[in-house]
Design a binder for this molecule. Structure first.
Ligand code: NAD
Length: 483
């Protein structure tokens, strides 16, 4: 029986084999990004604890794979309803440590509950199939089995919903999961895992680690007992983890960065396109892998689009997550401010026009102005590196061919956006764009039932939908003859 993570307000413990580990002497700091003040500490697990987690995960897997799908389903449905019951409390924790406005945090908890519920329902629909045979003594079966203990690494931008997609799919499939939560936003991860424990997930089936990410992955990824790695984060780290996973012939899901192009054509309703893109760009302070970053605008509407987009960007209200008028919070960490500043300076120095924003806001915390850069040359760093912050690039294009060439120029291929009323153009672009997801006219992506993921350097594998469940299953073919 797993207990409750008490006094999580000051120390975010790890959960290993059903024990919440409070070792404040070995804690890492947790900072409120809106004030730069220390909130508390998170656990820093040592090598022995990481190995112990794997041993528990092996035992947890042996047990959980034998639990009826209907029962696993019930547990997940219960976890989903507990997340919703605790929505207020968890959202407040998330806002305090990650900085996103409370309304966004409430939405993230709701989405985490939704995806947990969806996988709870889907757990009952993991079917195999029988192949047709002429000989009635023969049975040819394709069976689906859980892959084994999973190591899941989740980042700080959506510390709950990224965890929910991995944990719910793995548990639905019958796997045990070791979650490496975000050290930047650990307290909401503890509350998230607590909901699963309270719903009846047994000891060892779900575990939570915090510590030195590189050390944890160095042990978990090559460990022979860990059968699957799922990582969300940056391309360089993903590339490195995928290489180690490949060396050890492990299945892996890599949800990495993006540099999403948005193609805005002159026939699109301008005001609707601008509003949809302003809200998409500055949500979570732009710290979103599918954030629209290169806004490519057909030349004849470029001046009007740039003017209106910049007006609305400048009107985004930046402030503390708990101030109800805040549209955008701080960046998660001071290091991200420096990255923003460098990207803006480099672009301006290479000839880009800084239309609005462009600097740190003079107050406590890690606030950066909603920023618009126009006519950014291709050799600027920001045209090639994912900014992962509140900076939009607005550049003109002459025709569809040129827009597609620019959209596909980068090695990233996560999300892309199209704004047009032409159905024929929509069909052409949905085929031409090299991306895992295409959103047309602001239609949201990232639903529990839809596959989420990228192509090229944005990674491989999918989260969400039946594709996301498949990532935790292996196929066994059984050829049987009755004697
Ligand atoms: P970072 O590369 O240091 O870390 C990104 C994530 O990877 C963090 O969650 C971190 O804990 C984890 N990580 C880092 N090294 C690791 C290792 N060796 N093993 C396992 N996990 C490891 O970058 P950062 O400064 O935290 O974030 C900035 C960049 O990360 C952004 O530019 C963005 O591209 C990327 N990022 C992407 C997502 C996403 O949703 N795809 C989320 C967060 C960050």
């Amino acid at each position: 029986m797993v207990g409750e993570a008490k006094s999580s307000n000051e120390f975010a413990p790890a959960l290993i084999g059903g024990e919440w580990l409070f070792v404040p002497a070995r804690g890492g700091p947790v900072i409120n990004p809106a004030s730069s003040q220390l909130i508390g500490h998170h656990a820093m697990v040592g090598d022995g604890e990481i190995h112990a987690a794997v041993d528990h995960a092996v035992r947890g897997f042996r047990y959980w794979r034998g639990v009826a799908a209907s029962e696993r389903s019930q547990v997940l449905l219960k976890a989903a309803s507990l997340l919703l019951e605790r929505q207020n409390e968890i959202a407040r924790t998330l806002s305090r440590e990650q900085g996103k406005p409370l309304a966004e945090a409430m939405g993230e908890v709701a989405r985490s509950a939704d995806v947990t519920q969806w996988y709870g329902q889907e757990a009952r629909r993991i079917y195999g199939r029988l192949l047709p045979v002429a000989d009635q003594a023969v049975r040819l079966a394709v069976e689906k089995e859980p892959i084994g203990p999973v190591a899941a690494f989740t980042p700080w931008n959506f510390p709950l919903s990224q965890s929910a997609k991995k944990v719910a799919a793995a548990l639905a499939a019958g796997c045990s999961v070791i979650l490496k939560g975000s050290e930047e936003a650990p307290f909401c991860c503890v509350q998230f895992v607590q909901a699963f424990i309270d719903a009846g997930v047994p000891a060892g089936v779900i575990q939570l680690l915090f510590g030195e990410p590189a050390r944890i992955s160095q042990i978990l990824v090559p460990h022979p007992a860990v059968r699957k790695v799922s990582f969300t984060g940056s391309v360089p780290v993903g590339r490195m983890l995928a290489a180690v996973a490949g060396q050890h012939l492990k299945y892996a899901t890599m949800e990495l960065g993006g540099h999403a192009p948005a193609l805005i054509f002159a026939d699109a309703p301008l005001e609707e396109a601008v509003r949809s893109l302003v809200s998409g760009k500055y949500r979570n302070a732009g710290q979103v892998c599918v954030s629209p970053t290169r806004l490519l605008v057909e030349s004849q509407v470029f001046p009007d689009f740039l003017r209106r987009f910049s007006e609305l960007a400048a009107a985004v209200r930046v402030g503390d997550a708990f101030d109800p008028v805040s549209d955008m919070g701080p960046l998660v960490h001071e290091r991200r401010l420096h990255v923003m500043q460098e990207l803006v300076s480099d672009a301006v120095q290479k000839g880009a026009k800084l239309v609005t924003g462009g600097k740190r806001i003079d107050r406590a915390g890690f606030f950066f102005e909603p920023t618009v850069l126009a006519n950014v040359p291709l050799d600027a760093r920001i045209m090639n590196e994912e900014p992962f912050g509140p900076i939009a690039i607005v550049n003109p294009f002459a025709n569809e061919e040129e827009a597609v060439a620019e959209a596909n120029r980068l090695p990233y291929g996560l999300a892309s956006y199209v704004y047009t009323v032409s159905a024929a153009r929509t069909r052409r672009l949905c085929s031409a764009l090299e991306a895992g997801m295409v959103s047309v006219n602001g239609q949201p992506i990232g639903l529990p039932e839809a596959p989420f993921g990228g192509v090229k350097d944005s990674g491989f594998g999918r989260e969400g939908g039946i594709e996301g469940l498949d990532e935790y299953l292996v196929t066994k073919f059984v050829a049987e003859r009755a004697w």
